[in-house]
Write a protein that binds this ligand. Sequence first.
Ligand code: PLP
Length: 362
Amino acid sequence: MHKAVDEMGIQSTFRGYGPEQGYDFLREAVKGYYKKHNVDLELDEIFISGEYEKNGDGTKRYRRMAELKSVELVFERAKSDLGNILDLFAKDNTVLVPDPVYPVYVDTNIMAGREVQFIDANGENEFLPLPDKNVKADIIYICSPNNPTGAVYNKEQLKEWVDYAHKNKAIILFDSAYECFISDKNLPRSIYEIEGAKDCAIEFCSLSKTAGFTGTRCGYTIVPENLGNLNKMWVRRQTTKFNGVPYIVQRGAEAVFSEEGQKEIAENIAYYKENAKVISDTLTECGIWFTGGKHSPYIWLRCPNNMKSWEFFDYLLNNAQIVGTPGAGFGRNGEGYFRLTSFGSKENTKEAMKRFKNLFKA
Ligand code: PLP
């Protein structure tokens, strides 16, 4: 990245707008990464993403510039690829979203005026709902490993969704933002590990969780050529509304996929997994039901003593000064549940779990 910064200071090596789909050096790196998991991709199927957010946060200077020029303010973010893909679909397409789940899927569709149907994820199906043949949908969101529940679909379960999509001529929007946390080789990191998925699925991934790109912003979206018009329409959409992720950031992302980068990431993820184990062990000791924490940074627990999500939030905050995320924020079925994260320091995690144990150990 530092080298790329230097290059940007010299006229002959300066890089400006585009290519909107991303530089080939990074698309090649993503292709190589998928190949390691036995998925073959063409370069034209890989789109490097960072996205514009209208009227999003910007520095004071840019906000002032926008005021003066009275232009719409746009800043880059990655998460919106998940919402902007909806530019490709008709308004009357119906959408199927698991409940609970990462709220972006629901909110973006509601904003676009689309009808959303929910499929129940709960303790009975271990937060991994399977298709219901009586429900018809055109667009299906799947997030695995899941935010917030940490649950991961196995290959057989994902195959059921792929078969359902084929039968209903539906498209799966598969969010694999947490794939790097999967340590069991038998669990799929990409939906394209499932036969037939390239004919019915678009995949979204992010370097935010893999390599801490929450500040630099970079991810990638896979739109298979088998999806025909959708691939071409996405090219058109991106070239119309987007000028590409900055060169410096893409060089940083390329480093993530290098041998050294992968080694450093593995160490980082191992660190968070140790935190997840400290949390899981504490919950087991306290006799509290939970999922996740194994192939995910998140631990999803049932609030003790039948407390509601926000009641538990207040209780933890007031009695142990621990902060977590109330499950109710992720959907109706999240009520009565709570999400803890392993994205913290080892010291803080241990201290928090010591206090947790003092409160709940029988
Ligand atoms: N998908 C899921 C399931 C997430 O939890 C998040 C962030 O929390 C994202 C996508 C967004 O990733 P990015 O940082 O690339 O916008």
